[in-house]
Design a protein around this ligand. Sequence first.
Ligand code: ADP
Ligand code: ZN
Length: 608
Amino acid sequence: MEQARRILKDVFGFDGFRHNQAEVIETLINGGDALILMPTGGGKSLCYQIPALVREGVGIVVSPLIALMQDQVDALRQLGISAAFLNSSLDARSRRQVEQDLLDGELSLLYVAPERLLMPQMLSILDRVEVALFAIDEAHCVSQWGHDFRKDYQQLSVLHERYPRVPRIALTATADMRTRREIVDQLDLHRAGQFVSSFDRPNIRYSIGEAVNAKSQLWHFLEREHPDDAGIIYCLSRKRVDEVANWLCDKGRTALPYHAGLSQEERRLHQERFLREDGLVIVATIAFGMGIDKPDVRFVAHLNLPKSVEAYYQETGRAGRDGEPADAWMLYGLQDLITLRQFVLDTDAEEQFKRIAHQKLESLLGLCDLTGCRRQALLAYFGETRQEPCGNCDNCLRPPQTWDASEYARMALSCVYRTGQGFGVNYVIDVLRGKADERIRRNGHDRISTFGIGGEQSVAQWRSLFRQLISRGYIDIDPGGYGALRLSGTCRPLLRGETGLQLRKHKPREKQTKKPAKQPPIQTRNPGLFDALRNLRTEIAREQGVPPYIIFHDRTLHEMAERQPENPEQMRGISGVGEQKLKRYGSRFLDLLRSHSLGEASTPSLLY
Ligand code: ADP
Ligand code: ZN
């Protein structure tokens, strides 16, 4: 561990470990396996990079994110670490070169796409080299029920069978309990240490509203909160993506579309510009984002609902990886629900798959209807309890209007009970509304006390109520019973009248009279100096052909502007400045800082 700490400081330039990085690293150094659940931006990569450097041999990192490999390898090389990748984007010659380097023991880290790793030829190369560890990134891809399922991932258990003594680490940022169990089973990680960090992303502010006039709502949001920030806007269809991107350009923003209808070259170019330019907006279908590691995305806006809470959390998680304030802002409308329901019904998947997809959608709707803290609910969905409301979501900042639904909720719950907890929501609503059809009569449910007691509520109102009862956990869906509703243990106090139930009132938001507090800006006492540092960074990034954040993160520049180091020793104390970067760029940044403190008003482009 001594060595691990030294690497953390000297190579990466960081003073201490975060979350449970230290325990994970120790486990791997000692040859154990580990399963890591950590939110985006939590610092997963260090968990395998450092042990790979400490242990003998090469660390093999399996990742489905081909687009990201180049970035990761560039970042490692900037730190002076010998790294390479193997995927379908390489031509035969470069591939052979990497394989030779691997055989010669020249590499500390190798990123590989799963389909390549599993090729017999690749495995036979691995037989001949010393492997420090296997890291399986985006491990939730083994889950058939998840949204990123990859068939190749399920075969990764071969690693354990073929190399039983090489430690393995599986990592993911999206995992509910079911996915976690699947990872353990599929990858045979039963004996692995499980390291679960809080999934909270405290710097992200969540807001969800109903779409009334989506474009103008979006425009107000952008103008008010992010007039010149980089961000991602998600839409469901290509047509909508193009329309919104064009419209934003007309309004004077730099916005680029990204969807499967564009040529590969156009997509590559748009992604590249997003990474390398400041303040650019990408309008995308969900096809965009996997493999985007840009740390300074300041907002993620959804103009349509994603498919599940997991997808929502993953997509919004692309905001604020650097830990600075960021927004997750979403609008949804009735049409969304219809479209998504259709998606769920149209897949020719098995019944079980459909049912799970349906449940996932319902949970997402529950999040939308919520009157309480969004963050508490999100965390609860991932099995985490948070005692206090967060104070940094729309519901905390502007509590929504509610209505007392206690009486109707009791009717609904009683009706589920009296019909024997074996029927789906449509049936129960028919009974409540007193629809005496053939089936209800045959079951004798036209003679129970809840028959027809809710006739004055519309089907839509009942559906909304049921949705909220399900999303709050008062009602479960019977997993074996074709969507049959069951009472859960928690509904008793409500049924007995010991507690009440307040539900969100849905109505178009009135024009906001009071502006919600804008997120505090990233702190800089010295904005002029920060800009100068940023310009220097851009210049170096261009010379090196990498995105600016690979040179230094904003946070590192902010710290330089604050503390204004005067010599290499002080520069070493800035977070994110390791030995290699100090050697490469230290003097240029120190010169700039020095000239600035001398009061010279020169710009860096004049200096160099
Ligand atoms: P993840 O893969 O979990 O999304 P990363 O590994 O990309 O996260 O790390 C996110 C950011 O946090 C990176 O900029 C990384 O350099 C930084 N980071 C990771 N660990 C530490 C640490 N111990 N101290 C300071 N910064 C860290
Ligand atoms: Zn909150």
